[in-house]
Design a protein around this ligand. Structure first.
Ligand code: PEP
Length: 238
């Protein structure tokens, strides 16, 4: 059983989301399917039993005066179970800081939701990858409780939306390194997802990586037919 998490980012109009929800309503899978649409579309995804709902973001403070943000309490009241935290687009385009990511993780855990913490290196940082990953994990994880609830998404930034992916051998060794690191330092076993240009064309190759617990999928998740191929091919591996 693997997680297949769809991250729609800032995509799809109202008409498109209606069609999309229609198409996924009949999806059946032994994998755990999670959909993270734009927050404005959560109501279209309610009352579905074949998948869970995730948010692409959460505010770094409790409900109150913060125009344009979404509070963890609000997400919880809509049965949102998963929250993507620290996506590289938010880190790099919106300048989200390690401190904000730490706070988001804390609020999500305190409210019994499952954070999907995104970590990953830029292309020019490949040679110091472990230092980067360590910094991102440590600043998010330090002094937190319930870390056994965290899912980590390893997303090399150079692979996001580019069509390029690391080799299965590289993903195997990085995933092992992440799992060993959090186990040794924080005494937790965290599932690790891979994200970055996952598609219907490379899913068979990616499924040869034995120690990944699933995928975080951006662009390809917008096309239900392609997503179905990913789900089916991953099912064969279960
Ligand atoms: C992402 O942004 O989390 C992602 C994995 O995007 P893509 O699949 O489009 O590379």
């Amino acid at each position: 059983m693997k997680w297949i998490v769809s991250n729609h980012k800032m995509n799809l109009t109202k008409e498109q989301i209606e069609t999309y929800v229609n198409q996924i309503s009949s999806l059946k899978s032994m994998n755990k399917l999670v959909f993270c649409p734009s927050n404005i579309y959560f109501s279209y995804f309610q009352n579905q039993e074949n998948f869970q709902l995730g948010s692409q973001n959460v505010a770094d403070r409790n409900m109150g005066a913060l125009t344009g943000e979404v509070a963890v309490e609000q997400l919880k009241s809509l049965n949102v179970k998963y929250v993507i935290i620290g996506h590289s687009e938010r880190r790099n385009i919106l300048n989200e800081t390690e401190e904000m990511i730490h706070q988001k993780l804390k609020l999500t855990l305190e409210n019994g939701m499952i954070p999907i913490l995104c970590i990953g290196e830029k292309e020019e940082e490949i040679s110091e990858r472990e230092i980067i990953l360590k910094e991102e994990i440590d600043s998010a994880f330090s002094e937190q409780s319930n870390l056994d609830q965290v899912i980590i998404a390893y997303e090399p930034i150079w692979a996001i939306g580019t069509g390029r992916i690391p080799t299965p051998e590289e993903i195997t060794s990085i995933t092992k390194w992440i799992k060993d690191y959090v186990k040794e330092k924080y005494q937790v076993i965290c599932p690790v997802l891979y994200g970055g240009s996952v598609s219907e064309n490379n899913i068979e190759e990616l499924n040869t990586v034995l120690n990944i617990d699933g995928y975080l999928i951006g662009g390809t998740s917008l096309d239900v037919e392609k997503l179905k191929v990913i789900i089916e091919k991953t099912e064969e591996e279960v």
